[in-house]
Write a protein that binds this ligand. Structure first.
Ligand SMILES: O=C(O)c1ccccc1NCC(=O)[C@H](O)[C@H](O)COP(=O)(O)O
Length: 273
């Protein structure tokens, strides 16, 4: 049974994140006890090593067919072809939304991308159980996402440790100050600030500007996620301290992907553009 967590505006209301997590709990019942056949592939560099060697904005380019906030985005995409285009343009990682129910993606999409690119792959899903990490790793993912808003401190610590023990990189995602404080207790190598509020869908780049100061001076890779529409947006989050951006919809809809992508590869060592 779905646990109702929110009491808003005089009525009981589930947020989209509550609904997604409830669905994940069902999926986990199906996954538990399964063994996952590992996909064979040549070793790929870590995302951290690629970022360390780069002087321009590091781009994680996403395969995103549709989303709860935007509906259909690009339903006819061939994930492998799209990922190959991202790789050729200089993406540092490919993000694959593997959730079926809300994003129309699949673990099969990730497997197809794995067979095509030599880049690290982020399994973009709503992880709440180690079995999802096992499945992502077997499919060829190198990075997993942990969304602080969806996890208790105990779950966060357990999943983080499990992923690291399995040689995966972890993107710890936050959206407000309290989540950032919880994330920082893990001393993570990679933090993502999601400009999208996953409960209301509101997107605001000021979220990166606000929270980036909490990691200033640390070695952490800082990814600004969601809402990058044009070069000015990338410059804005770069100036706030982000050294990577995660971009989905804009690339998936781009009429001229090359031009859009290249315009996002701004220098990291320039503060005025
Ligand atoms: O995109 C959504 O509507 C959404 C809703 C609920 C939970 C997560 C959601 N998106 C996941 C992401 O964070 C984005 O796919 C990613 O950051 C790229 O965002 P964008 O460039 O704005 O497509």
């Amino acid at each position: 049974m779905i646990t109702v967590k929110k009491f808003r505006a005089g009525c009981l209301k589930l947020t989209i994140l509550d609904e997604i997590i409830a669905k994940k709990k069902d999926e986990i019942k199906t996954l538990t006890g399964q063994t996952f056949q590992p996909v064979a592939y040549e070793p790929v560099p870590t995302f951290q090593s690629l970022v360390a060697a780069s002087s321009q904005m590091n781009i994680i380019a996403e395969i995103k067919r549709s989303s709860p906030s935007r509906g259909a985005i690009n339903t006819t995409v061939d994930p492998a072809d799209q990922a190959k285009r991202y790789e050729a343009l200089g993406a540092k990682a490919i993000s694959v939304l593997t959730d079926q129910a809300f994003f129309n993606g699949s673990i099969e999409d990730l497997i197809q991308v794995r067979k095509t690119v030599r880049l690290p792959i982020l399994c973009k899903d709503f992880m709440i159980d180690p079995v999802q990490i096992d499945r992502a790793k077997a499919a060829g993912a190198n990075i997993i996402l942990l969304i602080v808003a969806a996890l208790s401190d105990a779950q966060l610590a357990e999943l983080y440790q499990y992923a690291v023990e399995n040689d995966l990189e972890v993107l710890v995602e936050v959206h407000d100050e309290e989540e950032m404080e919880r994330a920082l207790r893990l001393e993570p190598e990679i933090i993502g600030i999601n400009n999208r509020n996953l409960k209301t869908f509101e997107v605001n780049l000021a979220t990166t500007e606000r929270l980036a100061s909490m990691v200033r001076g640390m070695k952490t890779i800082l990814i600004s996620e969601s809402g990058m529409k044009q070069q000015g947006d990338v410059i804005r989050v770069r100036n706030a301290g982000a050294n990577a951006v995660l971009v989905g919809e804009t690339f998936m809809r781009a009429e001229n992907l090359e031009e859009t992508f290249k315009s996002f590869q701004v220098s990291l060592f320039q503060n005025i553009n």
